[in-house]
Design a protein around this ligand. Structure first.
Ligand code: 13P
Ligand code: SF4
Length: 366
C-alpha cells in the first residue's frame, strides 16, 4: 500500500515546536475498494471481530462499521461499546488513545488498529513524566484529564472525561467544592471553566485541527448565510466558540443538526463528520467553518492527519496478519481504568446529553 508521508508540526507546552509523522494511505479505485470492503467484511466475521470507528475516519470505514454490526461514534460511546460487545477482537479505527482505552476496559480482548502511529497532538503534547510533575506540584487539586491522553497520563488522573461529559463532570466536582487540575486541551478547559465557574488550572495543549478555525472568516461566512446555525467542537479557540449556536462533542453536534429547526449549518470540526451529518440529514446543507489552509495534508485543513491514517487496506492487513495489537502493562492498565470507569459510571448514572438523546445539559451555547 503506498501512502503520502508528511510531517505534522505542532506546538507543545513542554517541548516547544514538536514534529510527528503521518501517512495518508492511497485512495483505492472503485473496483479495489469493493474488493477491500468484501475482504474486510469476511475477515471481521472469520476473526470474531467488531469494527468501532470514530466519526472523523474515512467514510468507507464508517459505512463498514455500520453494515457489519459495529459502531460509528464519539470517543465516549466508542469506549462504552467496546467494553460491552461480546466479540473477542475489537478493531478500532481512530487514534491511539481510543485503542488504548478500548484495551484497558477489555484486557481479555484483542484490540487491533489499522495504524498504531495514528496519534493526537493533545496526547503527544502531554508526556507522562512532565504531567506527573505538574500534578505533584498541585496536590490539593482533583486531576481531570481529557480522554485524548496516553494510558500513563490517565493512570495519574482522578477522572477521565470526553468532550460529551466534561461539563457535567466538572460541574459535579465544582459543586463538591473541588479545585481542578485540567489537561491537556486549553480551549476545552477554558470553555468549561467559563461555563461552570470552577477553579481550574490548565495544561496548555491543543488540537492541531480545531486550533486552526478562524473567527474573523467565520464571522464573514455567517454574514453570507444569516440563517445558518453554527455548530462548534469545544477544542476550538474561544473566539470561534463565541460565535457558536451550539458547542458540543461530535455526537452532540450530530444531535443538534438533527434536532435544531434549521436547514443550513456551519460546522467547526473535522471534515470527517460531514459524512454522518449528511447521511442523517439528507435535506440539510452543511458548510465547513473556515481555516487558513486548503490542501489535503495541510495541518490547518480541518482533517486530522492521524485519523486519515486509517484505511480499508490497513484494516484488512491487520485482521489478516494479527499485526498492530495494542499492548498495555496490566498494572498500568489497572490504574488507568479507575478514572475511565469513574467517567463511565458517572455518565450512566447521570445520563449526559450524549446518552439522553435530546438537547439537554451536556450541550452548551456560547
Ligand atoms: P469526541 O469525543 O467529540 O468524539 O472528540 C474526539 C476528538 O478527538 C475530537 O478531536
Ligand atoms: Fe487529536 Fe485533534 Fe486529531 Fe482529535 S482531531 S484526534 S483532538 S489531533
Amino acid at each position: 500500500m503506498s501512502a503520502t508521508i508528511y510531517p505534522v508540526v505542532f506546538d507543545s507546552p513542554v517541548r516547544g515546536t514538536a514534529q510527528a509523522w503521518a501517512r495518508v494511505p492511497e485512495e483505492p479505485g472503485p473496483e479495489k475498494r469493493e474488493q477491500l470492503l468484501q475482504r474486510c467484511e469476511r475477515l471481521l466475521h472469520e476473526h470474531d471481530a467488531v469494527l468501532v470507528a470514530h466519526y472523523y475516519t474515512h467514510p468507507d470505514l464508517q459505512d463498514l462499521a455500520q453494515a457489519t454490526g459495529g459502531l460509528v461514534a464519539d470517543s465516549l460511546e466508542m469506549a462504552r461499546f467496546g467494553a460491552r460487545h461480546p466479540a473477542s477482537t475489537l478493531a478500532v479505527a481512530g487514534v491511539r488513545f481510543m485503542g488504548e482505552t478500548a484495551k484497558m476496559l477489555s484486557m481479555d480482548k484483542r484490540v487491533l488498529m489499522p495504524d498504531l502511529d495514528a496519534n493526537c497532538s493533545l496526547d503527544l503534547g502531554c508526556p507522562a513524566p512532565q504531567f506527573s510533575a505538574f500534578c505533584d506540584a498541585h496536590p490539593d487539586r482533583t486531576v481531570v484529564v481529557y480522554a485524548n491522553t496516553s494510558a500513563a497520563v490517565k493512570a495519574r488522573a482522578d477522572w477521565v472525561v470526553t468532550s460529551s461529559c466534561a461539563l457535567d463532570i466538572v460541574r459535579h466536582l465544582h459543586a463538591r467544592g473541588e479545585k481542578i487540575l485540567w489537561a491537556p486541551d486549553r480551549h476545552l478547559g477554558r470553555y468549561i471553566q467559563e461555563q461552570t465557574g470552577a477553579d481550574m488550572l490548565l495544561w496548555q495543549g491543543s488540537c492541531i485541527v480545531h486550533d486552526e478555525f478562524k473567527a474573523f472568516e467565520l464571522q464573514a461566512l455567517k454574514a453570507e448565510h444569516p440563517q445558518a446555525k453554527v455548530l462548534v467542537h469545544p477544542e476550538s479557540p474561544a473566539a470561534v466558540i463565541a460565535l457558536a449556536d451550539v458547542v458540543g462533542s461530535t455526537s452532540q453536534i450530530l444531535q443538534a443538526a438533527r434536532e435544531l429547526d434549521a436547514e443550513e449549518f456551519i460546522v467547526a470540526t473535522d471534515t470527517g463528520m460531514f459524512h454522518a451529518l449528511q447521511r442523517q440529514n439528507p435535506g440539510k446543507t452543511f458548510l465547513p467553518a473556515p481555516t487558513a489552509g486548503n490542501a489535503a495534508t495541510c495541518k490547518s485543513c480541518a482533517h486530522c492527519p492521524w485519523m486519515a491514517m486509517n484505511s480499508l487496506a490497513g484494516l484488512a492487513r491487520v485482521l489478516q496478519t494479527g499485526a498492530n495489537t495494542i499492548e498495555l502493562d496490566p498494572a498500568l492498565a489497572a490504574r488507568a481504568r479507575v478514572p475511565v470507569q469513574r467517567m463511565l459510571d458517572f455518565t450512566a448514572a447521570h445520563k449526559t446529553s450524549a446518552a439522553a438523546g435530546s438537547l439537554v445539559s451536556g450541550i452548551g451555547a456560547a
